[in-house]
Every structure is written in structure tokens, then in C-alpha cells.
Design a protein around this ligand. Structure first.
Ligand SMILES: [Zn+2]
Length: 74
């Protein structure tokens, strides 16, 4: 799948990336995008993914490709 990206050395799908950020399973996720920012921890590239943790919620999550840093925005 073209949407898959490498995060912390592992290939992840949008849904898997969202689950890494959320810390639990999510209902659905949009394609992964490059966020226009760098990681505050290691200056690495940051990915963004929009996802639905539940039926009524939509969150934008950010995850560093090189370290465990992540952030979510409701
Ligand atoms: Zn980082």
C-alpha cells in the first residue's frame, strides 16, 4: 500500500500510525501526510494523520518518524 510509511524503523499503515499515537485501536484513519514541522525531541521528520478514535470524534495526530514523540489535537 502506497500509504504506508516508515516510523521508528517499522512500516506502518495510517491506522497503525493512529493507534501508536492514540495508544489504543481506532475506528478509521485518513492517509498519512508530512506535517510541516520537526520533532521537538530529536529534530526528525513529523508525520500527520487524521483519525477517528470513536464514531463521534475526529483527531489530528502527529508522530515523529525517528523517536517515540507524538501529539494529538482534537
Ligand atoms: Zn523525534
Amino acid at each position: 500500500m502506497a500509504d504506508n510509511r516508515v516510523v521508528e524503523g517499522r512500516m506502518v499503515t495510517p491506522k497503525k500510525l493512529a493507534e501508536l499515537i492514540e495508544g489504543e485501536s481506532v475506528m478509521d484513519a485518513e492517509p498519512i501526510e508530512d506535517a510541516d514541522r520537526t520533532c521537538p525531541e530529536c529534530d526528525g521528520s513529523v508525520l500527520a494523520v487524521g483519525y477517528m478514535p470513536s464514531v463521534t470524534a475526529f483527531v489530528t495526530g502527529y508522530k515523529c518518524q525517528d523517536c517515540s514523540w507524538s501529539e494529538r489535537e482534537d
